[in-house]
Write a new protein. Structure first.
Length: 275
């Protein structure tokens, strides 16, 4: 059950590297095209994927609520693919989404800014100034996405196992390094435990989606944990009705064997009877 995540900067050459790694290893590539192909089965339209995929929030309540649910559905697509194993996850915050999975090889593809601008201009037949604008905007957007949803610096090297600078190393060498690294005994030795953790992550994500999709629940301060089919709800809500509704929606999710409801009710004007 090998899993590779590839974080990349626009113009760094990450796209062909990801395809060649997947081809060489015989792994499934989970990229934008794969997510779009799977989207309909998860109730996602192509437009919804476009709005949510690797995008920071709009900071408009009605848009953000829908975008958050759509993002969770995209994450569920990725998690369920990862559970099957032998996948290359391209972007989408894969290294952060799977941070609890010790057997994941987390890679990052980089290159100097001006090199990336030149490559993007050549690839897309763009004016250099236009390419420079797009590369800078992409960097800001992806950094904002990681910061907002995963609360970390996109460029922090400690979150990656292997960083490859394609100004200095060839595409072929990058592919070789990634394919060799995923076979490291330190990763291979913990695959069994990782599958169990992934199953729990999938269940937690399904419960999150079920509760977030409910009109009668404000899940902003809700915390969800899942282990061996047992789901624990904690955090706080503003009424007993919300607490009951959250539990009801969670129990409808396939795979939930039992549920522990530790949600604390804190009303805007506290009623002691509801505590």
């Amino acid at each position: 059950m090998a899993i590779i995540t590839i974080s990349r900067e626009m113009g760094s050459g990450g796209i062909p590297i990801a395809h060649k790694v997947a081809d060489k290893l015989g792994y499934r590539l989970i990229d934008g095209e794969a997510i779009l192909a799977a989207a309909a089965a998860y109730g996602l339209s192509p437009e919804a994927v476009e709005q949510a995929d690797e995008k920071p929030p709009h900071f408009v309540d009605t848009l953000d609520s829908k975008q958050v649910i759509d993002l969770h559905l995209i994450e569920l697509i990725i998690l369920e693919a990862a559970l099957k194993g032998n996948v290359v996850i391209y972007g989408r915050g894969g290294q952060d989404l799977l941070k609890e999975i010790g057997s994941v090889l987390r890679t990052r593809i980089i290159a100097p800014f001006e090199d990336r601008v030149e490559r993007w201009a050549e690839r897309e037949w763009l004016d250099p100034d236009r390419a420079r604008y797009l590369v800078r905007k992409s960097d800001q957007q992806r950094a904002g996405f990681i910061k907002y949803y995963f609360d970390r610096d996109w460029e922090d090297s400690v979150h990656y196992d292997l960083t490859i600078n394609t100004q200095r190393l060839s595409e072929e060498m990058a592919v070789h390094l990634i394919c060799s690294s995923v076979k490291d005994e330190n990763l291979v030795g913990i695959k069994a435990d990782s599958k169990k953790i992934l199953s729990d992550l999938v269940l937690r994500k399904r419960v999150e989606i079920a509760i977030l999709s409910a009109d009668n629940v404000d899940a902003y301060l809700l915390e969800i944990a899942a282990k061996d089919g047992i789901v624990t709800l904690s955090g706080q809500m503003h009424s007993r009705a919300e607490k009951t509704a959250a539990e009801k929606h969670a129990r409808t999710v396939d795979g939930v064997k039992n549920l522990i409801n530790n949600i604390k009710v804190v009303e805007y004007r506290t009623n002691p009877a509801d505590l």
